[in-house]
Design a protein around this ligand. Structure first.
Ligand SMILES: CCC1=C(C)/C(=C/C2=NC(=C\c3[nH]c(/C=C4\NC(=O)[C@H](C)[C@H]4CC)c(C)c3CCC(=O)O)/C(CCC(=O)O)=C2C)NC1=O
Length: 169
C-alpha cells in the first residue's frame, strides 16, 4: 500500500535522483490539499452511515427497477449487500483520499471485483452512479463546512468508477 510521498520517493530512488522541481511541485500540491483531505476524512467518519443511506435512497429513487423483482438489489439481503458495498467504497475511498494515492483501491477493492460483479449480475452502471452520488454528497457537505475547492475529493471516487466501468465496454 502506498501514499503520495512513498510513491514519489520510490520513483526517484529507483533512478537515484534528487527531488527535482516536478517532485517538489507534486509534494507541494499534496501538502497544500492536506487540510481538505483530513477535513473530508473527519466529516466522512462522523457521517458515513448517513452518507451511504442517503446515496442509496437517491440511487433507488432514480432507478427503482433495481429494488423491484428481477432487480439485482431486490430482496432484503441483496439490498443490504448493495449498501454494504457502498460502505466499502466510501471507506476505502477515504483511505485513498488521505493517502493521495489510489494504490489501496487497486490492492484492496478493485482486484477481482469485475469478475465477481459480472458473475453475480451486479450492474456496473448503477454501482458507478451510487459512487458518484456519494462523492457529490461529500463535496456538498464540505462546501457547507466552508471548503471552497473540493476537487481533491474526486480522485478516489472517479478512479473506482473508471476501473469498474471498463468491464462493461
Ligand atoms: C472491500 C472490497 C470488497 C468489495 C467491493 C466487495 C463487493 C462484493 N459485492 C458482492 C455482492 C453484491 N453486490 C451488490 C450490489 C449492488 N447491486 C445493485 O443492484 C446495486 C447497483 C449495487 C449496490 C450499489 C449486490 C446486490 C450483491 C449480492 C448479489 C447476489 O448475491 O446475488 C460480492 C459477492 C459476495 C458477497 O455477497 O458478499 C462482493 C465480493 N466485497 C469486498 O470484499
Amino acid at each position: 500500500m502506498r501514499d503520495a510521498v512513498t510513491t514519489l520517493i520510490k520513483n526517484y530512488d529507483s533512478t537515484g535522483r534528487y527531488l527535482d522541481r516536478d517532485a517538489v511541485d507534486s509534494l507541494r500540491s499534496y501538502f497544500t490539499t492536506g487540510t481538505v483531505r483530513v477535513k473530508a476524512a473527519a466529516l466522512i467518519n462522523a457521517d458515513a452511515a448517513a452518507i451511504v443511506k442517503e446515496a442509496g435512497s437517491a440511487l433507488f429513487a432514480e432507478q427503482p427497477e433495481l429494488i423491484q423483482p428481477g432487480g439485482n438489489a431486490y430482496t432484503t439481503r441483496r439490498y443490504a449487500t448493495c449498501l454494504r458495498d457502498m460502505d466499502y467504497y466510501l471507506r476505502y475511498a477515504t483511505y485513498a483520499l488521505v493517502a493521495g494515492d489510489v494504490d489501496v483501491l487497486n490492492e484492496r477493492v478493485l482486484e477481482g471485483l469485475r469478475e465477481t460483479y459480472n458473475s453475480l449480475g451486479v450492474p456496473i452502471g448503477p454501482t458507478v452512479r451510487g459512487i458518484q452520488i456519494m462523492k457529490d454528497l461529500i463535496k456538498e457537505r464540505l462546501g457547507n463546512a466552508g471548503v471552497e475547492d473540493t476537487s481533491v475529493i474526486d480522485q478516489p471516487f472517479d478512479h473506482i468508477s473508471r476501473q469498474l466501468s471498463e468491464i462493461n465496454i
